[in-house]
Design a protein around this ligand. Structure first.
Ligand SMILES: [Mn+2]
Length: 324
């Protein structure tokens, strides 16, 4: 339990743990009704929005992603988490840091601003969870994580590999993982890309699990490959919502047919508890193209379930409820 507040924990709560009553349909939105604060002394996980979409190759609008995901998360903030059977905030203290401030007239400064924002959060010894924003944001986020953790393995869910070659000077949401590789931020030999269904003439050494392979082999086989390739390395998890099929996640900038179902995505996220993931993001939610908030809800659930997985690692005990 929280502090016996009725509503608006986002600004009324003085705790990062616990949970109080809210109107699902009303009140101040924060991610999962967490307290908005920049005092991170007590936090285990810090959620922040990166409302940036200046690098997108097709439809803009992911700048509204953090707002959309926070709104969709309210429905997940009331009952004990399914299929975990506990309140993750009994175990973990989670803060909503608000959004990274970006001056719309200074696009060239945005990558450095995002990196500095990440530096501030990571310095507090918490796990940073970022809500995008287009996928370019992962590049400055990786730069910040690299400074603390060294070279990372990437666990990358996406329709796109985002390793297309460019002239090294672009702010582009389709080339930043090649740049991260060339700069030594990530190690492709211990990284896996999941749900891919676009072509690149070069794998650049990544293990690539195409969407057809995932459909044929199933999520347990995906997790086997992650175990084999990533193993015990420190890893960064990046989830582009367009990994999920446009039938389930239409609210995104560069949709591609043939993707994962939301159920497959959640099964995968719930299976990541054994890996040493030091940071994560969910990106490319563009609410303007969404239908009935299904894309934002999928993104919110992915982030929520990832928090629950971290709660299990921190000692929360899963409670069975029927057959899963
Ligand atoms: Mn993508």
């Amino acid at each position: 339990m929280g502090e016996n507040l009725d509503g608006d924990q986002a600004f009324r709560s003085t705790q990062l743990a616990g949970r109080d009553r809210e109107m699902t349909w009303g009140g101040a939105n924060s991610f999962l009704r967490r307290n908005y604060t920049r005092n991170l002394d007590e936090a285990d996980i810090v959620v922040t929005g990166i409302p940036f979409d200046m690098a997108t190759s097709n439809r803009p609008g992911a700048r509204f992603g953090p707002r959309g995901i926070r709104a969709a998360s309210t429905g997940l903030a009331e009952l004990d988490a399914y299929p975990f059977g506990f309140d993750p905030f009994d175990t973990l203290r989670v803060a909503d840091y608000g959004d990274c401030y970006l001056d719309f007239g200074r696009v060239d400064e945005m990558p450095a601003r995002i990196e500095a924002h990440a530096d501030e959060i990571i310095a507090s010894n918490t796990m940073m969870m970022s809500l995008g924003g287009d996928h370019y944001i992962t590049y400055p986020l990786l730069k910040a994580h690299f400074k603390k953790f060294g070279k990372l393995s990437l666990i990358h869910f996406d329709a796109h590999c985002d390793t297309w070659d460019d002239d090294e000077d672009r702010i582009d949401h389709g080339s930043m993982f090649l740049r991260a590789l060339r700069e030594g931020l990530i190690d492709p030999a211990t990284s896996v890309q999941i749900g891919i269904r676009t072509h690149n003439s070069d794998t650049h050494g990544f293990t690539i699990l195409g969407a057809p392979w995932v459909h044929r082999e199933g999520i347990p086989a995906v997790l086997d490959v992650v175990r084999e390739v990533v193993g015990t390395n420190k890893a960064y998890l990046t989830f582009d919502i367009d990994c999920i099929d446009p039938a389930f996640a239409p609210g995104t900038g560069t949709p591609v047919s043939g993707g994962l179902t939301t159920a497959q995505a959640l099964e995968a996220i719930r299976g990541l508890g054994e890996f040493d993931i030091v940071g994560m993001d969910v990106v490319e939610v563009a609410p303007s193209y969404d239908v009935s908030e299904i894309t934002a809800l999928a993104a919110a659930t992915i982030a929520h379930d990832f928090i629950c997985v971290q709660a299990v690692k921190a000692g929360a005990v899963k409670q069975p409820y029927g057959r899963e």
